[in-house]
Ligand binder design. Sequence first.
Ligand code: SF4
Length: 280
Amino acid sequence: MREIQTEKITETVRELCIRANYFLPEDVFRALQKAEASEEKAVAKDILGDLIQNADIAKEKEIPICQDTGMAVFFVRVGQEVHITGGGLSDAINEGVRQGYREGYLRKSVLGDPLERINTNDNTPAVIHYDIVPGDRLEITFAPKGFGSENMSALKMLKPSDGIEGVKRFVLDTVRSAGANPCPPMVIGVGIGGTMEKCCQLAKVALTRNLEEKNPNPFYEALEEELLDEINRTGIGPQGFGGGATALSVKVETFATHIAGLPCAVNINCHATRHMKTII
Ligand code: SF4
């Protein structure tokens, strides 16, 4: 067994929280540049230029890309040969969030109870998804999620007879009704299959994919390209002012499902699609 101290995990998470909120992933940055280069509408081109400049300033001055520094979402792959020492793994991650959000001057946006609505003032608790995998390493992906875009996301339990056309219709309807609210250009994560909760998780995982990596399955690669094309024909455009760049990318994740169902989830992200991964 390989031992990993909780102090090491807390320190790693602290760094992830700060860095992911300051530094836009390179693939997202390049996607914004590409969108700006091909945008034909003047206002849209200007907005994309502003978003690129915003990301540049955040990087140079080491300040948050957006004022909404998100609810802290983690995907943690725990090697089954790893032994965590010094306390609980979830406690260590939450302590890293606490320290990172305080020391990085990141906005604390989390309420302890959804109806009492009292801020916990340290951005905890985090939402943590665990996966037990072979090996002796701990892989932590941090993806802070702003709620301008999270609020526009949706799940639909489609019928099997709805088929691929039903999936396309639902994705496009969700994007159209989101309009300018998720701060476009968006990144669209689509989950297809599984159960209700698995489907939503697939859509969120899709948002952590590298925008420049094609889907390994040619069928879903074609679906991603078709959906992106259709979404960019809606005319919503950057920040909703019209134009061609409504979305930067569409990513689809799938899982086995039941004979009686076809769940589909759409998780929308914004131009500040932030995520960062580290391996201990
Ligand atoms: S949707 Fe994204 S860009 Fe818009 S306020 Fe939220 S985090 Fe910021």
